[in-house]
Ligand binder design. Structure first.
Ligand code: CNA
Length: 294
């Protein structure tokens, strides 16, 4: 299970880290409260702040972190049952994790839909609108088009519920990376693994822990790091990249992981350079590629 903390090292701020998290830096949008920028009711009335922010944080301008490549290695070693992410930055896909191994619990920028007639638009179509500083409107009905990320007040994708039901009972090690475990129903997934399944939290701060009264009464849900009866919950506090590198070292894949990160970052940089060069030299090629996508 992963949250925004796996992508902060790529330069994408999380929500809740004091000072540098998004919620601390939204004053310029003059919102009724910081969370409003991701609330569907507010978005329907005033979509501009979301699109301004989307431009700043647009996926595609960032490279996956070491932690993303660690998850890819888990899969390549045949150890990954599924990767559940709250992130909408698509960095798991960019890192090369196959789509069937990912559950994007809070949706993705990969596709977009008109809020009124539900017409679908591609990622390139949306990118063009976001970067031209316009609120994307539907070519069929003029409704506002929204990326398929889940706002507060919207349902999670069906795939989340279907996969969680069959995956979590089968889990024999749950790794939780870079999440404050505050957003439901995602946060409650930690309670759906078997009662003896070890749960490892790699995060800058403790998260998801049961309050001590409940723990003393052996009641309630959540992670239980401190009680004498704890035999399975571990909090490793520090950066996700450092924690994953340490795990990879212990598994004997440390050098493989380091090399994978270097090679992939070189490949992505080259690809980004080539794309921007082509689009400067042949702007019509960009237009043609987009119209083929429609
Ligand atoms: P959050 O509530 O902002 O919590 C992030 C957690 O990660 C905090 O506990 C931080 O201490 C911790 N953290 C931050 N950086 C690191 C690091 N480098 N190493 C280790 N720990 C770190 O974010 P959650 O994901 O828990 O909350 C769920 C929200 C955030 C979802 O709805 C997401 O869509 C949303 N979000 C996603 C992105 C993204 O796609 N990258 C960015 C910002 C917010």
């Amino acid at each position: 299970m992963a949250g925004a903390g796996i992508s902060t090292a790529a330069g994408i701020p999380d929500f809740r880290s004091p000072g540098c998290g998004l919620y601390s830096n939204l004053q310029k949008y003059k919102l009724p409260d910081p969370q409003a920028i991701f609330e569907i009711g507010f978005f329907r009335q005033n979509p501009q702040p979301f699109f301004t922010l989307a431009k700043e944080l647009y996926p595609g301008s960032f490279k996956p972190t070491l932690c993303h490549y660690f998850i890819r290695l888990l899969n390549e070693k045949g150890l990954l049952l599924r990767h559940y992410t709250q992130n909408i930055d698509t960095l798991e896909r960019v890192a090369g994790l196959p789509a069937e191994k990912i559950v994007e619990a809070h949706g993705t920028f990969h596709t977009s839909h008109c809020l009124e007639c539900k017409h679908e638009y591609t990622v390139d179509w949306m990118k063009e609108r976001i970067f031209s500083d316009s609120v994307p409107t539907c070519e069929k009905c003029d409704g506002v088009v929204k990326p398929d990320i889940v706002f507060f007040g919207e349902d999670l994708p069906t795939r989340f519920f279907v996969c969680a039901e069959k995956d979590f009972p089968k889990c024999d090690l749950l790794i939780i990376l870079g999440s404050s475990l505050t957003v439901q129903p995602f946060a409650s997934l930690i309670d759906r693994v078997p009662k003896v399944c070890p749960r490892l939290l790699i995060n800058r701060e403790r998260a998801g822990h049961r309050d001590w009264v409940m723990a003393a009464l052996q009641m309630g849900r959540g992670l239980d790091f401190d009680s004498r009866d704890n035999f399975r919950d571990v909090a490793w506090l520090g950066s996700c990249d450092e924690g994953c590198q340490m795990l990879a070292d212990k598994l004997g894949w440390g050098d493989e992981l380091r090399k994978l990160v270097v090679d992939e970052h070189v490949r992505i940089s080259k690809q980004q350079n080539e794309t921007s060069k082509r689009q400067t030299e042949y702007p019509s090629e960009k237009k043609r590629a987009e119209s083929e996508h429609q």
